[in-house]
Design a protein around this ligand. Structure first.
Ligand code: B16
Ligand code: MG
Length: 217
């Protein structure tokens, strides 16, 4: 049985997709780069600078490292402003009840997110002090699909990777979990990823995956 569950944040616990989209769209418009939902989709689970590099695939001119940093900072300023709209109502009953049930069953719960804004988002949705550990974009040097973010989460919890189950909505995240020696339950678009151990069509199905598992310690 698993001893801990590590959750990706954006796309698993809550959705910030529209805010990322609006903020990147504002930047892309200013640079005259075509940007739509299809490109936005590719940014899921990817770090801020890597996201900008994907957007720049359709930019004709050269851009210096300093300019890139400044545009990503601009995106983040817009994004952070939009995040202020998030409320406890943006945390679904289903997610909250499932988390509470897992905790009542004795599992440790952590966040493993690429986002540097994870702390702020958690606060906005009323989970500021909820998790036993938070590993996010501020404590890693390599982003998903590198396993660093999940390995650090397991370490903060004092658990072995094999005793942890990761929940992810992005392919890069599933790859990261597996590379770290952890099992992975996929939600959303990540269910297409063959590497995942469980495909969840609803968040609460996680309870079944945890209950029926013979994996872990
Ligand atoms: P930030 P996750 C990821 O969060 C998002 O899915 C991805 O779209 C974003 O670019 C990345 O965080 C970095 O976010 O700009 O806030 O540091 O899915 O790993 O929780
Ligand atoms: Mg995600």
């Amino acid at each position: 049985k698993y001893q801990a569950v590590i959750f990706d944040l954006d796309g698993v616990i809550c959705s910030t997709d529209q805010y990322h989209y609006q903020a990147w769209k504002a930047v892309a418009d200013e640079l005259n780069i075509p940007f739509d939902e299809t490109v936005n989709h590719r940014l899921r689970g990817v770090s801020r600078m890597e996201s900008f590099e994907i957007i720049l695939e359709k930019y004709d001119a050269e851009m210096s490292r300093e300019e890139k940093v400044s545009w990503t900072e601009k995106k983040n300023t817009i994004y952070k402003e939009l995040l202020k709209n998030m409320r406890t109502a943006d945390l679904s009953e289903e997610v909250k009840t499932t988390l509470d049930t897992l905790r009542a069953q004795g599992l440790l719960l952590a966040i493993g997110s690429s986002s540097k804004n994870a702390g702020f988002i958690l606060k906005q949705i009323g989970l500021g002090d909820y998790f036993d550990a938070v590993s996010d974009g501020n404590n890693i040097t390599k982003s998903k699909p590198d396993p660093e973010v999940f390995l650090k989460a397991a370490k903060y919890l004092g658990k072995e990777p094999k005793d942890c189950l990761v929940v992810e909505d992005a392919k890069a995240g599933v790859q990261a979990a597996k590379a770290g020696g952890m099992d992975c339950a996929a939600v959303g678009e990540a269910v297409k990823c063959k590497l995942a151990d469980y495909q969840l069509s609803t968040f609460s199905q996680l309870l079944e995956a945890v209950k029926n598992s013979t994996k872990g310690a």
